[in-house]
Design a protein around this ligand. Sequence first.
Ligand code: LLP
Length: 478
Amino acid sequence: MQNPTASPFSSPLAPTWLRPPEGDLNRLDGNVWSSTASRTPDGELLLGGVRASELLERFGSPLYVVDEADMRTRAEGAAAAFAEAFRAIGAEVELHYASKAFLSIDIARWMAEAGLGLDVASGGELEVALAAGIEPARIGLHGNNKSRAEIRRAVEAGLGSIIVDSLQEIERIGEVAAELGRVQPVMIRLNAGIHASTHSYLATSHEDQKFGLTFDVARTAAARIRELDSLELLGLHSHIGSSIYEAAGFGAAAEKLMRFRAELLEGGPVPEVNLGGGFGIAYLPSDDAPTLDALARGIAGEVARVCEETGSDMPRITFEPGRAIAGPAGTTLYTVGTTKDVSVPLEGGGAARRRYVAVDGGMSDNIRPALYGSNYCARLANRVSEAAPQLVRVVGKHCESGDIVVHDDYLPEDVAPDDLLAVPATGAYCWSMASHYNYLDRPAVVAVRDGSARTLVRRITIDDLLAADTAWTPEENS
Ligand code: LLP
């Protein structure tokens, strides 16, 4: 897929989705940058009022920068959008931030201050939530293979819901709750059979994947939960997948869950329906992500319609957005180390130049391009440049060729070693999926706000990693 003619600077190697390089390559296109991103009069990138160069000098490079005001505002905005749409149909609604997207103690507190509960998917995420002082009743625990220890911790802490994902787990939670003399509210995770339009690794509601129970199995699950004195059937859950840009799948899942709920209501109360997260965001200036207001209104319409058709009472509705809140608030800053031009043979003959710009991080701080083929964009962060556009591939410093940060973008051709690059929309699933591949540091997470910056999570360095190596003897090595 080539797009050779769009601009004098267009590269024949550019994919069709990449906008031709017209206009100003220094511009921070609105929908992919966090809301406080701007440039200083001398051209430097400012995030939360702090210069990119100052951030890297103080906290090291690469660096994850979270725009605190942006993330808080997105959380409040999401809560308001869903509240309004569901108020219109007479339903109560609550948002649980999907903490797998990006979690630290402070981030959990920001979410609570914005009125959101928390979705956690492991004992580790649960510990962070509890350390942040999140009210346990507003935490839901997920996972297709929760350990007994995780279940015990959740029941002891008094979590508002545990979302069950197998019949075996019902017995486990039932036993633990009985031992502790508790009645644990649980929800049944359904596989509603929706083929969400997203990367196959991110779709969670088709037949051949590990999450959820089919409606048939869920009938058995509901009956068993109702049998056990130590469990309470709080409701039904569905999460059709992640990074979804089309509204239809969410509405279809809502309809199926609401119809199934109507059936289960014959056997007793089903007070809550949790419709998960999965709302896509813009990663590229050309991406068009649906607004949460529009999505919320569409889903609310389905819920109201099925309630009316089936004569059911209105359940409490929960959603679990992660990416839509954290993604746009994050920017990763890198330092350029080397550049290299390669000549790529073209199908019809001849060759075109691609410039590789190597930065000081890579697949260890953002695995998404390598794992899902995700596309990002990049901008110069330490200065502006009027140099001609050059198609680049931003790569990291790891020892494999799939170590790509930005597959394709145009940058000014004078980008050189020691320049700083910023990659926007990295707030979700970047730090949280980071690794120490090649013993690289895990970059620090810094929050910026109103001209000041503070560390949320410090850089995890080779010293930390060596300290975990039982054969390391600091004396001998010093
Ligand atoms: N609820 C449940 C049960 C989930 O499993 C997830 C995401 C969410 C909510 C939040 O989805 P969101 O609103 O953030 O799309 N690592 C992948 C994403 C995996 C998502 C896993 N579950 C990525 O980098 O795109």
